[in-house]
Design a protein around this ligand. Structure first.
Ligand code: NI
Length: 228
């Protein structure tokens, strides 16, 4: 399931991060440093050295926004979030079709994370560059995603995806992965739909007994499926 989360960051927060990235100088490295065997020949971009202080500081801003966003929690049911990374595509840069690696080591921690959900947080205003669409394949075809600064998209890490060539301007983004308490995409999607429906029923003060039953069902499915 592909889920958009508009305005995870405010336009001001996104602009502030983008400005810090624009002046990051030496912290930008070739994106191939973290590409695996499959991705290395396909990946043409720059990214911030994930060991740099800047990456940690900006990553913490993103993590803080995720922690207090109910739609992110409901959609991803996070067990562990990879420290957000930051990338940059200039004219001519792109990332060919690939599937993200299944297991990643969180730098400096010795902790492994299974990538269940992939995330891209757009940091450049939508109309400030051309190209650079995130193209995600699923059984319903190819989905083109290009969002405004501060908007997040979540998609199954099992998906084949690519970033089309940027033809003008600069595309800045943050990207990261989530290990979910619910490994299976279909189960996670059911829980998200159920929770979304319950939230609507709560907001409309629908029948309380029915709501209590549905909330119980949600938690009992979570209990049945979750790894914590
Ligand atoms: Ni990828």
């Amino acid at each position: 399931m592909l889920i958009r989360i508009p305005a995870l960051l405010s336009a001001e927060q996104a602009a502030k991060i983008a400005a810090q990235l624009q002046s990051a100088g030496d912290a930008w490295v070739d994106g191939r440093v973290t590409a695996g065997f499959q991705g290395e020949p396909l990946k043409r971009n720059r990214q911030i050295d994930e060991r740099s202080t800047l990456a940690r500081e900006l990553g913490d801003v993103v993590l803080a926004a995720l922690e207090r966003h109910p739609r992110f929690i409901s959609a991803a049911l996070p067990k562990r979030v990879y420290p957000p990374m930051f990338n940059r595509y200039e004219a001519g840069m792109q990332f060919g079709a690939h599937v993200d690696g299944a297991i990643r080591l969180i730098p400096g921690s010795g902790i492994k994370l299974r990538t269940d959900v992939s995330a891209t947080l757009f940091l450049s205003p939508e109309n400030s560059y051309e190209g650079g669409e995130l193209l995600i394949e699923d059984t319903y075809g190819t989905h083109s995603v290009k969002l405004d600064a501060g908007d997040l998209v979540l998609y199954p890490a099992t998906s084949l995806h690519r970033v089309s060539p940027v033809t003008r301007g600069v595309r800045l983004a943050s990207f990261f992965w989530v290990q979910s308490m619910i490994a299976d995409d279909a189960q996670r999607a059911l829980l998200f739909d159920l929770d979304s429906a319950i939230q609507r029923l709560n907001a409309s003060n629908a029948d309380e007994t029915a709501r209590t039953t549905l909330i119980g069902t949600y938690h009992n499915l979570l209990r049945m499926w979750a790894e914590v």
